[in-house]
Design a protein around this ligand. Structure first.
Ligand SMILES: [Zn+2]
Ligand SMILES: [Zn+2]
Ligand SMILES: [Zn+2]
Length: 881
């Protein structure tokens, strides 16, 4: 019988309320999963009488298999959800699928199937895997973003955004990945490489749809400092990405032409030192200006070469500066000087306006370029106590100072000059102060098939026509043949493309065949979870008002400037449409660490999977060739390095509770977790020990009421256990509540377990059974978010008839937290010689040590050989000399 096939009726569960002698996760885990499902325990609805708590973990891409990183994240989320629930919150804990995107398409092409079929099969497989882990999801709220019921609403919002010019279309140079056959947003290009496939990205000119994210740049930036529940590294990354700078826009006129080139600079104090201009190779004027000049051919060659180069700022920084003269000049608006215009590799379309006013005396990059091409260098700012000679300058002077060579501005300090020059330019209508952002508008067109269609029609007569709202959704057709290489089949699919114009009924209109970036879907899925079946809008605002914002979000730091920034942007759009009453979707954010493991490789067979390695006397050997294998660095688990653990193997061998236990115990959530089989093994052993201890006591405690009085009414080991239990409740509560430090919470429970193990069953203390009952109950409750199946079983054996999840979280008594002292008597050869007090939890070694070092004792044992040190527990130490 396989793990998932064991099903029990509720009746059966209630009849067999006796714990088996042996801990068998294969038996109890399916039993409780079936119970949770049949009783609908995890279903929630809005309840105005209860405080809500929305716990969300970033939804997975349905790749087909849960990996260990998922297991860790979802376990962290599940512990918080279960804990909050026991604290009395109405907890929303949903799960769904980020189901559009290229991997589905690529896998479908490789396996000759359809992306929809592949995706839905994967969703089914992953859902049942998640269920075997015992996560407390409300599965009634499950969503998949590839379903028309979902994406129709984002098409609907697109139309609103289009109507208000928040979505617009323009032809521009975009990041093009040849291997993925699509455009990438700036956020999706990492050091010039495609974030998905790692291939070189090139610049291509295309008509694209954009969201005007820059409208919200200032607001996003300002609120980045008002997210106290977010890790600072994430808000810092967002702030840097938005990149606000204060400067001026200055307009340069092209000589003898009616063309003006605006430039953004933060150093407008140095305009008189500008001796040439550089345009980005992608700048539209680059090609236009050189036309019919002797320079044309050379410029075109340069532009072509640059389109194949990595144009990211990081890469460009490393290149030697190079450029080509365009054959034309522009005029310096401040001093009228003629400035040659170049196109240069260090000018980026990404920054400012794509045109750079080059001031070689005060910018090192411009200086290098000027030296290389023999261009003028003019000092306009000098240090207060020194003169600078333009001829002899060996590097750019970038410091503050006094203005020179700047006509009417000479003698001013350069800060003042900035203000004055900006004022002067504004008066002459040649420029003004300006704020610039690094962030650009979000390009959302993707030339791939498996995505949400953009609801737009092109008509020869009417131009760009939005699809009427009543015609939504524009359903992605499924009757397509996918093509090798990933080129979208939509442009060739007449049944999709050919459409009557919604405005003039012309039969020759064509549909937009680009689909939306899948990051659009993930920018609002958390709102959709609040009312997943709502069919009169994106979501039911009453439900969203109740549940949103998300109280705790869990997702990786790799999404800092992607999903996490897009979601903040999209929420602002919804806010300004009057659809939601908040601007920030996530109150608290936890970015979890990675799961890592050492890599092992064979000189002949490369990286080895854990099962391809055999260990003999702590040495590793390749199972294919028996040669010694080398142990490499501890790295993030990845298929390519083969240092992966399949969660299924763990589930088969140890069960869900041990897997969860290990993930939480091995490291605090925000840190990387190093995988260790011994660690998993250790967790399994601990659960077995708890099982044995509790089954051992069960007959006696089953019908007892838990002790709930003052510790003053107890004494001896029972009193210690009672106090230890309260101390543990406090420690675990604080570790989970304040810091999510589940690892230290588990350590505290282990300590409590040790105290419980030390109780001698024969002791004739009448309070022993009630206190033990209290301790076992507390241990079950404290562990229940972590190992839910195990503790349900224990809870049931204690005679409870409803789920442990419905029990309130235990509370602690202040008076039970104070530590007791033990009075220990010291004897030498059986005669009382001294005494001392020590904490009740001090161990035997410590107590013996204190006795031997006692000043009064020293003179009795002075110089004599100690034959024996006898410790009578909690009472005395007898030193025999
Ligand atoms: Zn790619
Ligand atoms: Zn028309
Ligand atoms: Zn080998």
């Amino acid at each position: 019988m396989s793990f998932g096939e064991v099903l029990f009726s509720e009746l059966a569960i209630r009849q067999v309320a006796v714990m088996d002698a042996k801990y068998d996760p294969r038996k109890i885990e399916p039993k409780w999963q079936a119970y949770w499902e049949s009783t609908g325990l995890f279903k929630v609805k809005e309840d105005s009488g209860k405080e809500k708590y929305y716990l969300l973990v970033l939804f997975p891409y349905p790749s087909g298999k849960i990996h260990i990183g998922h297991v860790r994240n979802y376990t962290i989320g599940d512990v918080v959800a279960r804990y909050k629930r026991m604290r009395g919150f109405n907890v929303l804990h949903p799960m769904g699928w980020d189901a559009f995107g290229m991997p589905a398409e690529n896998a479908a092409i490789a396996n000759h199937t359809h992306p929809a079929k592949w995706t839905y099969a994967n969703i089914d497989a992953m859902r049942s895997q998640l269920k075997t882990l015992g996560f407390s999801y409300d599965w009634d709220r499950e969503i998949a973003t590839c379903r028309p019921e979902y994406y129709r609403w984002e098409q609907w919002l697109f139309l609103k955004m289009y109507a208000e010019k928040m979505a617009y279309r323009k032809e521009s140079f975009v990041n093009w990945c040849e291997s993925c056959q699509t455009v990438l947003a700036n956020e999706q290009v990492e050091a010039g490489l495609c974030w998905r496939c790692g291939q070189q990205v090139r610049q291509k000119k295309l008509w694209q749809w954009f969201f005007r994210t820059t409208d919200y740049a200032d607001d996003l930036l300002a609120h980045s400092d008002q997210l106290p529940g977010w890790p600072e590294k994430v808000t810092t990354m967002q702030k840097n990405w938005i990149g606000k700078s204060f400067g001026a826009e200055i307009r340069f006129t092209v000589e003898d032409r009616d063309i003006v080139i605006p430039v953004f600079t933060t150093r407008h104090d140095t305009v008189c030192g500008a001796t040439f201009m550089c345009l980005a190779p992608e700048h539209p004027l680059t090609v236009e200006l050189c036309k019919a000049t002797p320079q044309e051919k050379q410029v075109m060659e340069f532009v072509d070469r640059m389109s194949l180069q990595d144009r990211s700022d990081k890469a460009v920084e490393g290149y030697e500066k190079e450029g080509v003269f365009l054959g034309v000049h522009c005029i310096n608006p401040l001093n009228g000087a003629r400035m040659p215009i170049y196109t240069a590799n260090f000018a980026l379309m990404e920054y400012g306006t794509g045109a750079v006013m080059a001031v070689p005396a005060h910018d090192q990059r411009d200086f290098d370029f000027a030296k290389k091409y023999g261009l003028d260098i003019i000092v306009v700012v000098k240090p207060p106590d020194e003169d600078l000679d333009s001829e002899k300058l060996s590097e750019a002077y970038v410091g503050e100072g006094i203005m020179v060579n700047s006509g009417q501005f000479d003698g001013l300090d350069n800060k003042t000059a900035m203000e004055e020059i900006a004022g002067f330019l504004e008066k002459k209508n040649r420029g003004q102060k300006e704020i610039s952002f690094r962030m650009r508008d979000w390009g959302i067109s993707r030339q791939r098939y498996w995505g949400a269609p953009i609801p737009i029609v092109y008509c020869d007569t009417c131009g760009v026509v939005p699809v009427p709202e009543e015609d939504l959704p524009v359903v992605l057709p499924e009757d397509v043949e996918l093509q090798e290489g990933g080129k979208s089949p939509l442009p060739q699919l007449d049944s999709f493309v050919k459409v009557d114009c919604p405005r003039c009924d012309s039969p020759n209109a064509r549909r937009e065949t680009d689909t939306m970036d899948t990051f659009v879907e993930s920018s609002w899925y958390f709102d959709r979870y609040c009312s997943p079946d709502f069919d009169r809008g994106m979501f039911d605002s009453k439900a969203v008002d109740y549940w949103m914002p998300v109280d705790q979000y869990i997702g990786g730091v790799e999404h800092a400037i992607l999903h996490l920034l897009y979601s903040r942007y999209y929420t602002r759009v919804l806010h300004d449409q009057g659809l939601v009453n908040f601007k920030e979707p996530f109150t608290r954010l936890l970015t979890q660490g990675m799961v890592c493991q050492e890599t092992v490789s064979c000189p002949k067979h490369g990286y080895l999977l854990p099962e391809e390695v055999k260990i003999v006397d702590a040495n590793r050997y390749c199972t294919h060739c028996d040669e010694p294998a080398a142990v490499g660095r501890v790295e993030k688990m990845s298929k390519s390095k083969k240092n992966v653990i399949d969660p299924n193997t763990l589930l088969e061998k140890y069960g869900a509770d041990t897997t969860r236990f290990f993930c939480l115990f091995a490291a605090p959530p925000e840190r990387d977790l190093e995988w260790s089989e011994q660690g998993v093994e250790g967790g399994f052993r601990f659960l077995n020990r708890v099982w044995r201890l509790t089954t051992g006591w069960m007959d006696r405690v089953k019908d007892a009421a838990p002790f709930d009085g003052s510790p003053a009414a107890l004494d001896g080991a029972v009193r210690d256990l009672y106090k230890k239990t309260h101390q543990t409740i406090m420690k675990v509560t604080r570790d989970i509540e304040d810091r999510y430090h589940f690892n230290t919470a588990i350590s505290a429970v282990m300590e409590l377990f040790n105290t419980m193990s030390a109780i001698e069953e024969t002791e004739s203390n009448p309070q022993q059974i009630p206190v033990m009952r209290f301790a076992i109950e507390a241990l079950a409750l404290l562990m229940s978010p972590i190992v839910p199946h195990f503790t349900e079983e224990l809870w049931e054996a204690l005679g409870n008839t409803s789920s442990i999840l419905l029990a309130p979280w235990p509370f602690y008594l202040e008076e039970a937290l104070e530590k007791d002292d033990l009075l220990i008597v010291i004897q030498v050869n059986g005669k009382l010689r001294s005494k001392f007090s020590v904490a009740t939890d001090a161990d035997e070694e410590t107590i013996k040590q204190i006795a031997l070092e006692d000043e009064r004792i020293k003179k009795f044992i002075d110089g004599r050989v100690i034959k024996k040190v006898i410790y009578v527990k909690r009472k005395l130490v007898n030193i025999v000399v």
